[in-house]
Design a protein around this ligand. Structure first.
Ligand code: PLP
Length: 132
């Protein structure tokens, strides 16, 4: 299941509820969170996918995260999506221009954003900069 949330207008879906339905049917939930890079950093904002049981979240950090283009990152948790399969298919989900320098402008990379603890997601994060 691919869920786009938030939209570019700011509407947010019930990620946890949708994840529950997906998981009850053995389906992984992939969140296109292109517009949600800011969500993890304030308690009054709606939850982002990693805090709401999504299996994979793709975020365009160059949109709401103050990084320069093209800074798109995967966040992966749990075992419903294998990192190997994600790596093979990243061209379907990732930004079209593999970033190297731009990834360093991510606020978290600069130490400018509050740190969060997502043990599973961090351990299996597929990263922003593919090999090629
Ligand atoms: C919902 C959504 N997903 C993905 C993208 C593309 O992301 P990127 O700019 O990282 O290629 C956009 C771009 O506007 C978008 O609105």
């Amino acid at each position: 299941m691919l869920l786009i949330t938030p939209t570019d207008w700011g509407s947010c879906a019930d990620i946890r509820g949708i994840a529950g339905v997906c998981h009850d049917h053995g389906i992984p939930l992939i969140v296109d969170g292109a517009w949600g890079a800011h969500l993890p950093f304030h308690a009054d904002l709606p939850p982002w996918g990693m805090d709401a049981d999504a299996d994979l979240v793709v975020t365009s950090v160059h949109k709401m995260g103050a990084a320069v283009e093209q800074s798109s990152v995967f966040h992966l948790q749990g075992d419903r999506v294998s990192p190997e399969v994600l790596k093979q298919r990243e061209d379907l989900l990732g930004t079209t221009a593999p970033p190297h320098g731009p990834a360093g402008t991510h606020p978290a990379g600069r130490g400018a954003a509050p740190s969060r603890t997502h043990p599973q997601g961090r351990r299996r994060d597929a990263g922003a900069a593919p090999d090629g």
